[in-house]
Write a protein that binds this ligand. Structure first.
Ligand SMILES: O=C(O)CCC(=O)C(=O)O
Ligand SMILES: [Fe+2]
Length: 203
């Protein structure tokens, strides 16, 4: 597994809290319906997609998000610059944003192995976590069963857990998407909102 974890995009960066509020307030978050076996389910998190114009369109889980322009949200370019500073030599032309409200939101086990990302995608994941408002208590904070937490194509429950802290940057590289699956589980008793930005290169 080729995963790099950096503590923060920049140490003690006061802009991170401002960035959280900017993202929370100004990004046009939507919670799309995802078709599963002919039925439609509400995606268990808010999402938004930003991409350079002219790229291959992204489709995941049968859903094609509208691609907003970087120019619509100039502060996203500041965040991208902070990522470039932490990862010299990287290039990203698209950004998938996810917002997990309270403890019930999650992303299930998957890998980002869509063809448009190429064979060995580099994905930089920047996280902001802040207490926003009290949340309703979750009845089911259990997440998914351990049986699903498996390395792809293996019966070996080899699992690594990374805590996504406010301002932390995690990078998945090499064959991580081919060989591993990842998720953001439900967070029992979570009172914080988690906003995650994944910067990606689309070929
Ligand atoms: O929000 C995250 O940290 C990860 C989201 C994710 O894995 C995805 O959107 O592919
Ligand atoms: Fe992912």
């Amino acid at each position: 597994m080729d995963v790099l974890k950096l503590k923060a995009v920049s140490e003690e960066n006061p802009s991170e809290t401002k960035w959280f509020h900017y993202l929370d307030k100004h990004i046009p978050w939507i919670r799309p319906s995802i078709p599963v076996f002919g039925k439609s389910f509400l995606q268990p998190r808010d999402t938004c997609y930003v991409a350079t114009s002219g790229l291959t369109e992204l489709t995941y889980s049968g859903y094609q998000p509208h691609a907003y322009s970087w120019d619509d949200y100039p502060r996203l370019k500041n965040m991208l610059d902070a990522v470039y500073k932490a990862l010299p030599g990287s290039s990203f032309n698209s950004l998938l944003l996810n917002r997990y409200n309270c403890g019930n939101d999650y992303v299930g086990w998957h890998s980002d192995d869509e063809k448009l990302y190429g064979r060995t995608p580099e994905i930089a994941s920047l996280t902001f976590v802040l207490k926003k408002k009290p949340c309703k208590k979750s009845r089911d904070g259990s997440g998914e069963p351990a049986s699903k937490r498996l390395k792809k194509g293996s019966h070996d429950a080899d699992q690594h857990t990374f805590r996504l802290r406010h301002g932390s940057l995690m990078v998945m590289r090499g064959y991580t998407q081919r060989d591993w699956i990842h998720s953001v589980p439900k967070r029992a008793k979570a009172e914080a909102t988690l906003i995650n930005l994944t910067f990606r290169w689309v070929f």
